[in-house]
Design a protein around this ligand. Structure first.
Ligand SMILES: NC(=O)c1ccc[n+]([C@@H]2O[C@H](COP(=O)([O-])OP(=O)(O)OC[C@H]3O[C@@H](n4cnc5c(N)ncnc54)[C@H](O)[C@@H]3O)[C@@H](O)[C@H]2O)c1
Ligand SMILES: O=c1ccn([C@@H]2O[C@H](COP(=O)(O)OP(=O)(O)O[C@H]3O[C@H](CO)[C@@H](O)[C@H](O)[C@H]3O)[C@@H](O)[C@H]2O)c(=O)[nH]1
Length: 435
């Protein structure tokens, strides 16, 4: 049973982490990807993905001969006892997850996988997908198992090797046990269930987290109007074990490659099932409003008009610890600022994208130069170490908008700057758009 020959299809955040971590557990892993240049880099131990520990696992797996990279799907999967599908499932028409890549790969795999193989779906897919894939494979000797992945970007390796839980779902109990056994040694609780329930766990968890964040960001709005301090409020809430302290930090809305698309897919599933998921829809709408609220604060800070006004932006990634820009709230805020005619100068420590109409610089102090306001959109630790006196000298305005409440307001105040967080409450309401 252990170790096993494993194939992993797709070497993005999930696939590469899965492949490298399963190899580190002792399995014999072959990864396949259509991106030839990526496969070539991975063969040489190089990855563009910023994930602590991943490069070391990659090097270790390659050196031990337990990790290989190929373009040829048939060659990679032909001998494998388990084939992990780690393929993109982007937002498709009407918000539904687009299963095109998953289905085309499974269509190809049906001809090449060995008898007794199990196809393990790690991609986030709508409820009922395992059943669809089983029909597509149309082989009695091949099982399809749902095994959703819960890793976060920036902590992918630690999350994979130390998960809160492993969820394995299939209608064939033997296939469930075979997949659960691959993770033996991690010591995580395993939820064994049917495929539909496993598929639903993934959406249920992500959408719950999204709703928690929209709740917090809306509380921030309310605290600003009522003069309460959101930091104290979330501390007081988080100590209640039924609520927990995680996912209570405010921000410019939630983003990333998963939460927004998974919320859209869940809403689509609900619509098709004729269930009114107004709660989730409201969370999505609030999220768009919260991105706009950041722009409103910046607009208010510069006197009500953004046209021709220079705004410095610190942070573009959707959160700290990653260079991923997919569905980044920072990118959306920058876009909205640009729509109103602001001249945006931006910096991110991990990524320097080409953004239309935006000057991207490689030095955080350059964003302050002649800026009427600075806005901090990603919670990079290095932004807390900025010399705010230097920033104040370079800026023409005084306000630093900090929707994540990431900065320590004291050094800013000493430099003569006005710090504007979320739910500022007792720390001062000056500058909030409502005032
Ligand atoms: N990124 C995350 O944090 C995360 C976490 C949990 C679950 N998920 C889910 O996992 C899935 C993959 O997400 P990701 O972020 O790793 O995606 P990604 O875009 O980083 O990687 C996908 C990989 O698949 C490859 N690929 C595309 N078509 C292919 C094909 N026909 N054959 C072989 N390879 C192909 C791409 O070249 C790419 O390397 C999605 O369903 C996502 O929702 C993502
Ligand atoms: O207290 C918090 C926590 C997060 N965020 C924001 O929420 C978004 C998502 O953050 P996070 O969940 O850490 O990022 P992901 O790496 O996208 O991970 C989520 O999406 C993955 C893909 O499905 C899942 O596997 C993970 O369990 C789930 O946390 C980002 O914009 C964060 O800035 C906040 O604003 N406040």
């Amino acid at each position: 049973m252990f170790p096993q020959r494993i194939a992993v299809v797709g070497t993005g955040y999930v696939g590469l982490t899965t492949g490298a971590c399963l190899a580190s557990l002792g399995h014999d892993v072959t990864c396949a990807d259509v991106d030839e240049a990526k496969v070539e880099r991975l063969r040489h131990g190089r990855t563009d993905i910023l994930e602590p520990g991943l490069a070391d696992l990659l090097a270790g797996g390659l050196a031990a001969g337990r990790l290989r990279f190929l373009v040829d799907l048939a060659e990679a999967a032909g001998e494998a006892e388990a084939v992990f599908l780690c393929l993109p499932t982007p937002r498709g028409p009407a918000g539904a997850a687009d299963l095109g890549v998953v289905e085309s790969v499974v269509h190809e795999l049906r001809r090449v996988v060995r008898p007794g193989a199990v196809l393990v779906c790690k991609s986030t897919v709508p409820v009922g997908t395992a059943a669809r894939l089983t029909a597509l494979v149309a082989r009695d000797d091949v099982a399809v198992v749902s095994n959703p992945e819960f890793l976060r970007e920036g902590t992918a390796v630690a999350d994979f090797l130390g998960p809160d839980r492993i969820v394995v779902g299939a209608d064939d109990p033997d296939a469930v046990e075979r997949v659960a056994a691959l993770y033996a040694g991690l010591g995580a609780p395993v939820v064994r269930t049917d495929a539909r329930s496993a598929e639903m766990v993934k959406y249920a968890a992500n959408c719950f987290l999204a709703m928690k964040l929209s709740y917090v960001n809306t509380l921030g709005e309310l605290c600003e109007r009522l003069g309460a301090d959101l930091g104290a409020v979330t501390e007081g809430m988080g100590l209640d074990r039924r609520i927990g302290p995680g996912f209570l930090r405010p921000g410019p809305g939630w983003g990333g490659s998963c939460l927004p698309k998974d919320a859209a897919a869940m809403l689509r599933m609900a619509t098709v099932a004729d269930v009114d998921f107004g709660l989730l829809r409201a969370a999505v709408e609030a999220n768009q409003r919260h991105r706009g609220r950041v722009v409103a604060k910046v607009r208010a800070a510069v006197g009500g008009r953004l046209a021709g006004v220079r705004i410095g932006v610190l942070g573009l990634a959707f959160k700290a610890g990653t260079s991923d820009l997919r569905d980044s709230p920072a990118i959306e805020v920058v876009r909205l600022l640009g729509l109103e005619g602001a001249e945006v100068v931006a910096h991110d420590p991990a990524v320097s994208p080409d953004l239309p109409g935006v000057v991207v610089v490689d030095d955080p102090y350059l964003v302050a130069k002649q800026a009427e306001a600075v806005v901090v959109l990603t919670e990079w630790p290095q932004f807390r170490a900025i010399d705010w006196a230097l920033v104040a000298q370079a800026m023409t305005g005084r306000t630093v908008v900090d929707p994540r409440n990431h900065l320590d307001p004291e050094p800013l105040a000493r430099a003569g700057l006005v710090w504007l967080g979320t739910g500022c409450g007792a720390r001062g309401r000056a500058g909030c758009p409502a005032d």
